[in-house]
Design a protein around this ligand. Sequence first.
Ligand SMILES: Cc1ncc(COP(=O)(O)OP(=O)(O)O)c(N)n1
Ligand SMILES: Cc1nc(C(=O)O)sc1CCOP(=O)(O)O
Length: 477
Amino acid sequence: MAIEGGADTIQFRQKDGSTRELVESAQAVQVVCAEHGVSLVVNDRADLALAVGAAGAHFGQDDLPIAVGRRILPPKMIIGASARTEEKILEAISVGADYIGFGPIYQTSSKPDAELPKGLEALRRMSEIAQCPIIAIGGITAETAYEVIRSGAHGIAVISAVCAHADPVAATRHLWGEIQRAENRKFTYPYCCGKLVMDRIVEDEMLVAQFQAGRLDAFDDLMKRYKGQIYAYLLRSVKNYEDAEELTIEVFFKIKEITEVLGIAEGTVKIHLHRAIAFNKMSIERINVIDGLVDKVSIDNENLRIIEAKESQKEILQRLLELYQYDLSIVTDDDVDQFGLYGYSYLDYYWVEEKRYPYLFLFRESLAGFALVNKANWLPENDGAHPMAEFFVLKKYRRQGLGTVAAQYVINRFPGKWESRILRENQSAIQFWRQVINNLTSGRFVERIPDPHLWRGPVFSFMNGTVKSSFPKEFAE
Ligand SMILES: Cc1ncc(COP(=O)(O)OP(=O)(O)O)c(N)n1
Ligand SMILES: Cc1nc(C(=O)O)sc1CCOP(=O)(O)O
């Protein structure tokens, strides 16, 4: 009935019964699913999933470890993982989970050992972090499906909303309608895990074939798909967003090298990935050692100078903006033009229009970064706010407190409303601004994900003036 109502993935979840009975029941469900072209995912049991030829298996924290599932199940099988913290989510993805089941979102009576409800805010955070499909579960109804999808879930899994309904077909249709109503953004992934993972595997194979036939861009497309998994693995290892991003690029190059030497055959994409990551273990260790050292160095405020850039310094900013955009291109996916430049169209306005403020940061008189403050706020409720349009610290000066001091200083020059928006893929910047704004406002700020056609990522709104900058004014010009 759920299939008739539009469900495109069914999970077989049965806690009681002998293995023989479970195989029989799962087999019967698989027959129905196969007849209707719907994916079946078996909960808890890899053997059962294999036995009935299911499309996938779902494992919780006390079930078969995802890495073991990945090893013993065919590469084409979908593996879902229940994970409820950032650490567990990254762990599951990095060892090969295709999607994450996150819950319970609301109170549920269908799972006696369910944790306390996590709510929509946690769902929003986790779907930002995960870079893979998140399937929300727990107490979801037709009344809440819309807000759940809008909070970042790529799909929902329900029991009572369908099974305890007098009309399961109508109930599923209603849920499906709500999911579609919420879907007014461009999903990175379609919102039903079964179909989406199968599509991905088929497309992987096509890309591999195209790459073998000499289409280099097919390799790039292939790597885009695995970025999330590589990134999650590396983030767990180096525990720093920026380093993880850098290492992800290194790993891409390594995969290309391996592929050139070994070729790439059907079903081996993930194996190549793991090989490349293994090659990069040394880089991870190097970064961890450097991190240990860097953490001990802290920025010396007395050597930091922040100046409002004059028009004669526009070219300096222009060059720094190129570095900034290069740095960001990993999240914006921007390309340089035929002259090898990204270009920044709005720079001239900073010396022409009112309420635009360009700043340069100097550390021991060497250029260390910049900030551009303008007047174009993004969210309607932030009318008149100061937005931090661009903010950049050169790599050498990062993670030593310079960015924090500079950001505080610039913000404190303008009392009143502020807005700061960051692309959802730019996790290191999200972390940075969350911390800076939290410190500045003693936690009194709003972080929200607006409608995606307004902005793709979190927007921070806050009032400045609660805490004064620690930066001594006399060092500024
Ligand atoms: C899609 C989805 N998400 C989460 C779960 C819960 O799995 P688990 O934590 O293993 O708990 P049980 O379902 O086994 O009680 C799920 N089944 N599906
Ligand atoms: C099976 C299950 N897992 C959960 C989790 O939090 O991981 S909540 C849950 C029960 C979902 O049923 P209902 O839609 O009736 O609330």
